[in-house]
Design a protein around this ligand. Structure first.
Ligand code: OGA
Ligand code: MN
Length: 376
């Protein structure tokens, strides 16, 4: 059969799956010409500008968390995707490094939960960063067999900890949500018209060059009227945003370091996936180039702080080949409680459906490793 041209929109039952496989294929590399790129400012008949609420957060407040004033943010939506907002890297130059360090050093710490806890004892997963740094600091030229714990991170959960087996959050598995990440998310949500958003759960996904995230919908949260926020750091990815049905063909877009995505309203329950990570040549990753210091002086009340040289060296090395994505979710509606856990509510068929990278069903292959990786 003749090879399908990349520009042809496939429809039908497997449209999303086919697109996923196409972008995941390494040899020959796919045609990326249809991938939307919000960073270039290039016009597309699919991209529409979005007006943010510039008065929702003051310049002082956004600067504290390392963001630019809201009036400088470049925000877009897509035609036929109401509620979807893409903000092209709203961070201040030099400030992403702080968030990268939080994701690699701080958030994997107890009491947060990570994939390593699934098969290692609490003492083994204590001080993940400290145990990894001595090895990560050594010359990359030195070949080594074992990966450090930081390199073996696949997911971390925050707040209400998502349970990959039951595909649910529960009242009895909750730890304090990191306050600085809470603040960052609230400011982004407020600028997008959600002043009441309060993140209660976070999922961090760690991607390497061969990782992918299967086709899924995030619907385990009990209230879908709140937006879902997504922040990306490090290497770029191809993100596929589909429809409310698995059959709907998705739109492909680049998600680069610092980019923020908001899925709300009619786009809150859209299918989506990450078929591919695009590793830039050494020295060309924007965060790496920016470095670890904000170009302007930090306020005394700043949440963002400069990194030690050691922290920066390790973070920089990590993001030269990897990507971290943080999704922020409000789980409960106002005044809402979890249903009595002794009487679990049955899941509707098709709920929280997903795929791993080769198209098998079940997002929660993430049970063991959130992000599917070809590496062992
Ligand atoms: C998720 C998710 C997207 C990404 O964690 O649910 O969809 O860009 N992540 O990694
Ligand atoms: Mn998701």
């Amino acid at each position: 059969m003749a090879k399908m041209a990349a520009s042809m929109v496939e429809t039908g039952e497997d449209a999303f799956r086919k697109m996923f496989k196409r972008y995941r294929t390494k040899h020959p590399p796919p045609d990326f010409s249809d991938v939307l790129d919000f960073s270039t400012g290039k016009q597309s008949d699919k991209i529409i500008p979005v007006k943010l609420d510039k008065a929702a957060v003051s310049d002082v407040e956004v600067t504290r968390v390392g963001l630019q004033p809201v009036r400088n943010w470049r925000a877009f939506s897509l035609l036929e995707y109401p509620g979807f907002v893409f903000i092209s890297n709203p961070f201040q130059p030099g400030c992403q490094a702080f968030w990268v360090r939080q994701c690699l050093k701080t958030y994997p710490q107890k009491p947060n939960v990570c994939n390593l806890d699934m098969h290692m004892s609490p003492s083994e997963t204590q001080n993940i960063w400290e145990k990894s740094v001595p090895v990560l600091k050594t010359s990359p030229a030195v070949k080594r067999q074992a990966k450090t714990l930081v390199e073996r991170l696949r997911w971390v959960t925050l707040g209400y900890h998502y349970n990959w087996d039951t595909k649910a959050y529960s009242a009895d598995h909750h730890t304090p949500f990191p306050p600085e990440l809470h603040l960052l998310s609230r400011h982004i949500a407020a600028a997008c018209g959600f002043p009441k958003f309060s993140p209660e759960a976070g999922i961090l996904n760690y991607y390497h060059s061969d990782s992918s995230l299967g086709i899924h919908v995030d619907e385990s949260e009990l209230d879908h009227s709140h937006p879902l926020l997504s922040l990306s750091f490090g290497q770029s990815a191809i993100f596929l945003l589909g429809g409310l049905c698995r059959q709907d063909p998705p739109t492909a877009m680049y998600m680069r370091s610092g980019d923020v995505m908001v899925m709300s309203g009619q786009s809150r329950l859209r299918y989506h996936a990450v078929p591919r990570i695009l590793v830039a040549p050494r020295g060309q990753t924007p965060v790496e180039v920016e470095g670890c210091g904000p170009t302007t002086a930090l306020q005394a009340s700043s949440v963002v702080e400069p990194l030690s040289q050691e922290d920066w060296a390790v973070c920089c090395r990590y993001i030269q080949s990897s990507r971290v994505n943080v999704t922020l979710r409000q789980v409960l509606g106002p005044g809402q409680n979890f249903p009595d856990s002794t009487f679990p509510t049955p899941k509707t068929p098709g709920g929280q459906e997903g795929e791993n990278h080769d198209g098998a069903s079940g997002r929660d292959k993430r049970k063991r490793s959130s992000v599917e990786t070809a590496e062992t």
